[in-house]
Design a protein around this ligand. Structure first.
Ligand SMILES: [Zn+2]
Length: 140
């Protein structure tokens, strides 16, 4: 493992249409070498409303604690078949997801993203983070 590479963590839908736009946007806007990607169908609905997100937290913990990820991204997108709600609801779910993960990673920078009908990326919400490595309080 190269300890000098800079990681980010992307929590995205599994929809193939959104992968490259989001990865390219992250790499264009942040000093990141590699993006660890965790997917679920309708990730914004899962993170905002599903009670048990233990499997997702396990993947995040590896990305943050082992790979030393510097920031987390949570993505919702237009025409999501895994979470077919309107854009207003998606945007609220993205904000709620950022808040929920902030309770697990209060010092991590967390950014909520919306991928619109033109497959462009918009920032929905952003938490302030220190970018310092942070040990997951539940899994240590
Ligand atoms: Zn989707």
């Amino acid at each position: 493992m190269d300890l000098m590479d800079v990681r980010a963590t992307c929590l995205n839908c599994m929809d193939g249409r959104v992968q490259l736009p989001v990865l390219q946007w992250i790499k264009a806007n942040y000093p990141v070498d590699f993006v660890d990607v965790i997917t679920e169908a309708g990730m914004d609905a899962v993170l905002s409303a599903q009670k048990d997100i233990g499997e997702i937290l396990r993947s995040i913990a590896i990305s943050v604690n082992v790979n030393q990820s510097t920031r987390l991204f949570i993505v919702g997108h237009h025409d999501c078949r895994g979470n077919p709600v309107d854009e207003r609801v998606h945007r609220q779910q993205i904000r709620d997801s950022v808040e929920r993960l902030k309770s697990y990673y209060p010092r991590q920078k967390i950014v909520g993203l919306w991928v619109n009908a033109f497959w462009s990326v918009e920032v929905v919400s952003e938490s302030v983070g220190t970018r310092l490595p942070y040990l997951h309080r539940d899994l240590q």
